[in-house]
Design a protein around this ligand. Structure first.
Ligand code: TRP
Length: 447
C-alpha cells in the first residue's frame, strides 16, 4: 500500500468537513422546516438529535473512513466486510439523489444574486419567488449550478474553492449575525423568539410522529451523513487526530450556523407576515428567499449591494457542499473504472440535471424529492452504517476511536454502547415513521 496523503493540518480537515456540512441544509432548509414543524418544538428535537444521534453517527463514519483509508465504497472491502459495500453504494445513491434537487435551489440562489443587484424583487418579494422558483428559468439556472459544480470537480480548481470555503464559513456567520441583529430591532419580531426558542411541548406530543423523523433526518442531512462524504474525508485523517474532538467541533459549528439562520429567517417572517405563512404564501421552501429578500428591498439601494453579497456567500456555501457530493462519486468511478475525470463529473452532472428538471419545473416535485430523501434514503443509509459500525465492527471501532484521544477509553466505550442501543433504535424509529408517513400520505405531485 502506498502512503496516502493526509490533511496537512487539523484545521484543514475541520474546515473541509464544516464546509461540506454547512450549506443549503442549514441556511435554506433548517429555518423553513422549523417553520413548518412547530417552531421551537422542532428546534428542541433537532438539538437533541444532532448531539445524541448525529455525533455518535458522524464518529461512526470517521471510524470507517480513517480505518479503511479509502473511499466510502471500497472502505467496507478494505475492512474485510465486503457484503457491507452496499452501505457505501447506498450512500452514493442518496448523495446523487439529493444533488439533483439541491442544484435547483442552488439555481434559485444564483437568481437572487442578480435579482438583488438589479432590485428585481424589491416590489413584491413573495410574488417574485413564486414566479422564478419553477419553470424554464429555474431549469436554466439549475443547469448553470450543476455545470459549475461539475466544472470544479472535473478540472479541480479546488485550490480556489478551498480558499473560498475558508472565507465562507466566517463570512456566513458574520452576515447572519448582522441580519439577526437587524431583525431583532424591527417592529413585530418579538413574538418570533418565543415561537422559535420556547418549545410548545403540547404541539410536540401531538405531532411526535412527524416532528421526530424530520428533525433527526435534518440533522443527518445537515451533517452530510449517510452519503459517504464523512467516510471519505476521514480517510485522509492521520492517527494522531482525535475523532471525538473533531466530530464534536463539526457538530457544534454546523448546528450553530443552522440556529443562526433560523434567528434571521423566523423573525423576518414574523415582521412581514405576523407569523410563519403557509408554503404557498412563502413560508415553505421560499422562506429564506422571501424573508431575507424583503429586508434588502427595504434597504433600497444599499440593499441591492448587500443582497448580492449575501446570496453570493450562500452560493459559495451551496457550491462547496455540492462539490463534495459530486466528488465522492466521481473519485470512486475515476479510481476504479479508469474513466476520465471530466467525462465522469459531467456525465453524472448531466444525468442529475435531467432528473432535477422535474424539481425545477414544479416545487411540488422538489418537495417530493426532498421527502423521499428525508423519510427513507437518509435514515436507511445511516441505519445500515450504524448497525455495521456498532454490531459488526464494534471492538475494532473502539480501538479506532481511542487513537489520538488521551484517556479515550471511557468515551469510546460509551460511544459503542450508544451506537449499539439507543442510536440504533432512534434511527430505526425515524426510518419507520418516515416510511409510514409517506405511506399514509403519498406526496403525489400535481403537475
Ligand atoms: N450538509 C449539506 C448541507 O447542509 C448538504 C449535504 C448533504 C452534503 N449531504 C452531503 C454535502 C454530502 C456534501 C456531502 O447543505
Amino acid at each position: 500500500m502506498t502512503e496516502r496523503e493526509t490533511w496537512a493540518t487539523r484545521l484543514g480537515f475541520i474546515l473541509a468537513a464544516v464546509g461540506s456540512a454547512v450549506g443549503l441544509g442549514n441556511i435554506w432548509q433548517f429555518p423553513f422546516k422549523t417553520g413548518t414543524n412547530g417552531g421551537a418544538a422542532f428546534v428542541f428535537v433537532y438539538l437533541l438529535a444532532a448531539l445524541l444521534i448525529g455525533l455518535p453517527a458522524i464518529l461512526g463514519e470517521f471510524v470507517v473512513g480513517r480505518r479503511a483509508n479509502i473511499n466510502a465504497v471500497e472502505a467496507f472491502e478494505r475492512l474485510k466486510h465486503p457484503a457491507w459495500t452496499v452501505v457505501g453504494a447506498l450512500g452514493l445513491l442518496t448523495g446523487l439523489w439529493i444533488l439533483s434537487y439541491y442544484s435547483v435551489v442552488g439555481g434559485w440562489v444564483i437568481r437572487y444574486i442578480f435579482g438583488s443587484a438589479t432590485g428585481a424583487y424589491f416590489g413584491d418579494a413573495a410574488g417574485y419567488f413564486a414566479s422564478v422558483s419553477a419553470g424554464w428559468e429555474a431549469i436554466g439556472l439549475h443547469a448553470v449550478f450543476m455545470a459549475v459544480t461539475a466544472g470544479i470537480v472535473a478540472f479541480g480548481v479546488e485550490d480556489g474553492i478551498e480558499k473560498a470555503t475558508k472565507l465562507m464559513v466566517p463570512s456566513i456567520v458574520v452576515m447572519l449575525v448582522g441580519l439577526a441583529i437587524y431583525a431583532f430591532t424591527l417592529d413585530g419580531s418579538t413574538a418570533a423568539y418565543s415561537y422559535y426558542l420556547s418549545p410548545d411541548f403540547e404541539y410536540l406530543a401531538n405531532n411526535l410522529g412527524s416532528v421526530v423523523p424530520f428533525a433527526v433526518s435534518q440533522a443527518f442531512f445537515s451533517l452530510s451523513l449517510g452519503m459517504g462524504a464523512m467516510i471519505t474525508y476521514a480517510s485522509y485523517l492521520g492517527d494522531d487526530d482525535s475523532l471525538p474532538a473533531d466530530g464534536s467541533l463539526v457538530v457544534v459549528l454546523n448546528t450553530a450556523v443552522g440556529l443562526l439562520a433560523g434567528l434571521v429567517v423566523i423573525p423576518l417572517l414574523f415582521v412581514q407576515f405576523g407569523g410563519v405563512p403557509d408554503a404557498a404564501a412563502g413560508g415553505g421552501a421560499g422562506a429564506l428567499f422571501v424573508s431575507v429578500a424583503q429586508v434588502f428591498a427595504d434597504l433600497g439601494t444599499a440593499g441591492q449591494a448587500l443582497g448580492a453579497v449575501f446570496f453570493a456567500v450562500v452560493l459559495i456555501a451551496a457550491l462547496s457542499s455540492a462539490i463534495s457530493l459530486l466528488e465522492v462519486v466521481t473519485s470512486y468511478v475515476v479510481d476504479n473504472y479508469g474513466y476520465s475525470r471530466p467525462a465522469t463529473a459531467f456525465g453524472f452532472a448531466g444525468s442529475l440535471f435531467v432528473l432535477g428538471t422535474l424539481a425545477a419545473w414544479n416545487t411540488a416535485w422538489l418537495t417530493w424529492f426532498d421527502t423521499l430523501a428525508y423519510s427513507v434514503l437518509l435514515p436507511l443509509s445511516v441505519l445500515l452504517g450504524v448497525v455495521f459500525v456498532g454490531w459488526v465492527y464494534g471492538p475494532q471501532a473502539v480501538d479506532e476511536i481511542k487513537k489520538g484521544t488521551s484517556g479515550g477509553e471511557t468515551f469510546a466505550t460509551a460511544w459503542l454502547w450508544s451506537i449499539r442501543t439507543y442510536v440504533l433504535v432512534g434511527v430505526f424509529v425515524t426510518l419507520y415513521l418516515g416510511v409510514t408517513d409517506i405511506y399514509a400520505a403519498p406526496p403525489i405531485p400535481g403537475l
